[in-house]
Ligand binder design. Structure first.
Ligand code: SAM
Length: 322
């Protein structure tokens, strides 16, 4: 049965929302015609939404064009890309470090999807990093050889089954992608945000300006677009990212994203929280947030102590963010 199906996740990606997908999906109305994900990365939310039949069609897009070429390759021809990966994976035997550097050079020259796939599976923290010239410059994680090709095949074939024939893949800025959004669509946005994954540390090829982004959100509100946005977060009391302006009338939910592995490693006990914002149109349309999905601690998607959400929609007063 689809409900029990394990959601495939072919590419590891720093900042992936994989663990939070049950909580994010609980905010979507059932049976939407189309889900648009303009900051797709590893497309964790789209894959989960497809597996849980939250929408019938999908748009995944990202500014990182080679990543979207990789998505096209995985969806359209999963066997071919898996074979290409298998060859690379075996080719690294006993000279892993030099081989990684060669693949990285090849990727920087020709931007082939199989090379990016190999790099994503072998690089430190699955973190895509580009230098000022737009060259991939992340180092290999020398403790790992990358996902076993058979395991990866299973994940890629699973993703292709879910998305093939119903997914448009696009490379570009989120604003271009959102021009096409319609009120009956749902939109999930997970932009890089200041502090945790902004421009400064080079984690993404390009960051985005807070002012441009909030201007876009105002336009989306005027167009009555239903969107869910992941934006700011906090680790214990340290807050990352500016809160969303109050005039946007967004409904805010804070999710417990679990303990910070990095802090645990350093012997500290730090819990991280992430905010989800629902646009006014989305909040009205959803009608009811499935709170049972939001309170399951075991899945690390616990709704943080935010009573207005439990009350809602009996008392649908949007909690303004400032
Ligand atoms: C936090 S990550 C998204 C992670 C994703 N939710 C997942 O589960 O893997 C943010 C993504 O936004 C992309 N990005 C950055 N600036 C962008 C822009 N102006 N337009 C579209 N995508 C952008 C980055 O390449 C990155 O993949």
């Amino acid at each position: 049965m689809l409900e029990q199906m394990k959601v495939p996740h072919p590419i590891p990606y720093q900042g992936s929302k994989r663990k939070l997908t049950p909580a994010i999906l609980a905010c979507f109305p059932p049976g939407s015609p189309r889900l648009i994900e303009p900051f797709a990365g590893s497309a964790a939310v789209t894959l989960a939404a497809a597996a849980r039949e939250k929408a019938s069609r999908f748009v995944i897009a990202d500014l990182n064009a080679p990543l979207m070429d990789l998505w096209r390759a995985m969806i359209e021809d999963p066997d071919r890309i898996t074979d290409q990966y298998r060859k690379l994976w075996h080719g690294q035997a006993d000279r892993e470090r030099e081989f990684y550097d060669e693949v990285r050079d090849q990727f920087n020259k020709a931007r082939q999807p199989e090379h990016l796939l190999f790099l994503l599976l072998r690089c430190v923290k699955a973190a895509v990093r580009y230098n000022a010239n737009g060259e991939f410059n992340q180092s290999p994680d020398n403790r790992r050889r990358g996902m076993n090709p058979e395991t990866l095949r299973h994940e890629i074939v699973g993703a292709s089954r879910l998305l093939k024939g119903k997914t448009q893949v696009a490379a570009g800025d989120y604003r271009e992608v959102l021009e096409d959004a319609r009120p009956e669509d749902i939109v999930y946005m997970d932009p890089p945000y200041q502090g945790v994954c902004g421009d400064k540390d080079g984690r993404y090829i390009k960051g985005l300006s807070f002012e441009d982004f909030t201007r876009e959100l105002r336009l989306l509100n005027e167009r009555r677009i239903s969107y869910v946005l992941s934006y700011d977060g906090r680790a214990n009391d340290k807050v990352y990212g500016k809160p969303m302006p109050g005039d946007l009338d967004l409904f805010r939910i804070e999710l417990d994203a679990g303990r910070s592995t990095q802090a645990t490693f350093l012997g500290k006990d730090v819990t991280t929280y992430e905010s989800l914002y629902l646009s006014p149109a989305m909040a009205e349309r959803t009608g009811k947030v499935d709170t049972s999905r939001l309170t399951r601690r075991a899945q690390q998607t616990t709704l943080f102590d935010d009573p207005p959400v439990i009350e809602w929609p009996r008392n649908p007063i949007y909690q303004k963010s400032s």
